[in-house]
Design a protein around this ligand. Structure first.
Ligand code: SF4
Length: 371
């Protein structure tokens, strides 16, 4: 008898991505949201339900397009699959095939058809000075376009530091009046995913959380997802054991720098910056792919009062003096315990899992607000 081919709905839906890779991706997303691995199944169900594929409209204001670039660098899944299968990206000025009147018509058609249901993503700040004339799109000030489209969106996400609070162009004297989208849309909940660039998984996780659970993840007082911005970089940094032991790089290229010692004296802002960079890293090229891991001090790009505000090499005020108990003692005898790197990694995972995961998991099925 001829064998009947049973179509796998997931493989059918995600053409070119194996079921195994797809489930791995959903697991990664669940863990990066601070959820148990098993929540990956719920995420997979949400993604593979074509009726729940969210429409995303992506606007560009004052920025360098680095946030889009960082998304292009994801490989779980590639942007091609992200666009075609996970979300319906109806308008994105960098990626649109059409241009001019054709692109504008597509934008307003999508807003009309998906009113109240689409996710608006804004990349870049809005200049408010002189009537917003420093960023015009199709003859209109960008700020007016944002206000008009946000009024019809189901959720608004500000991606990157520029959209979250103004970014580099808002540094004094801020000649164009560059302003973050939460400030432009006062009274509307705007989820902020700051970073220069932001980690693409923090964005993807937020969108998938919304898609899977029909609500936004728990947010901190600056409307950043707690699963991504709930901890100081300093708490999970792989160089933390050196900080606790008083081992610092004094100048770039000195012996301490070459040994991988703490970068605090070079101006690292990890002690005053909330982000999960040391736990989830960047660019998927292996361990160490984040600024501090490559030997550069954190400059605090995820904090409004730090990045582009406090000079790069000014030392940060230490907020947390007590060593993190999750780290192994730096003086542990060689061969008798975990390495400093492994301890930092474990500390990072423990921090994310205990801090964000437990809280969010506890509240699954309830409102995520007001934790
Ligand atoms: S000061 Fe910077 S390099 Fe040193 S432990 Fe903290 S985050 Fe890591």
């Amino acid at each position: 008898m001829k064998k009947q081919h049973i179509t796998d709905p997931i493989e059918e839906r995600l053409k070119g991505v194996s079921r195994r890779d797809f489930m791995k991706f959903c697991g990664i997303m669940a863990v990066s949201m601070g959820l148990p691995l098993s929540a990956g199944t719920q995420i997979a169900e949400a993604i593979t339900n074509p009726k729940r594929r969210p429409t995303v409209i992506w606007l560009h204001g004052q920025e360098c397009t680095g946030c889009t670039e960082t998304l292009l660098r994801t490989s779980h899944p590639s942007l091609e699959h992200l666009i075609l299968d996970l979300i319906s990206l109806d308008y994105h000025e960098t990626l649109n095939a059409g241009a001019g009147h054709q692109a504008e018509a597509a934008l307003y058609q999508s807003v009309k058809e998906n009113a109240g249901k689409f996710i608006l993503v804004v990349e870049g700040s809005a200049p408010l000075k002189d009537g917003g004339k420093y960023c015009m799109i199709a003859g209109r000030p960008f700020v007016d376009i944002v206000k008009e489209i946000a009024a019809k969106a189901a959720a608004v996400i500000a991606i990157g530091s520029c959209a979250s609070w103004g970014g580099v162009q808002s540094s004094p004297p801020n000649p164009t009046g560059a302003t973050g989208i939460p400030e432009v849309l006062k009274g509307t909940t705007v989820v902020s995913i700051p970073g220069c660039p932001p980690n693409p998984y923090n964005f993807l996780s937020t969108v998938l959380y919304f898609l899977t659970f029909g609500k936004l993840p728990a947010l901190d007082e600056k409307a950043r997802p707690k699963f991504a911005y709930g901890r100081l970089i300093h708490e999970n940094c792989e160089r933390r054991p050196h900080f606790d032991a008083g081992r610092f790089a004094d100048t770039f290229g000195d012996e301490g720098h070459r040994q991988g010692y703490c970068l605090y004296k070079l101006g690292c802002k990890g002690p005053i910056t909330h982000a999960n960079c040391p736990a989830i890293l960047f660019n998927e090229v292996g361990a160490g792919a984040w600024p501090v891991g490559t030997g550069h001090p954190c400059f605090g790009c995820t904090e409004q009062a730090v990045g582009f505000k406090i000079p790069l090499h000014t030392q940060a005020e230490i907020l947390q003096v007590t060593p993190d108990a999750a780290h192994a003692p730096i003086e542990m005898e060689k061969g008798k315990g975990v390495s400093a790197g492994a301890a930092a990694l474990l500390g990072g995972i423990a921090g994310v899992a205990i801090g964000a995961g437990a809280v969010i998991t506890k509240n699954l099925g309830k409102s995520d607000e007001g934790e």
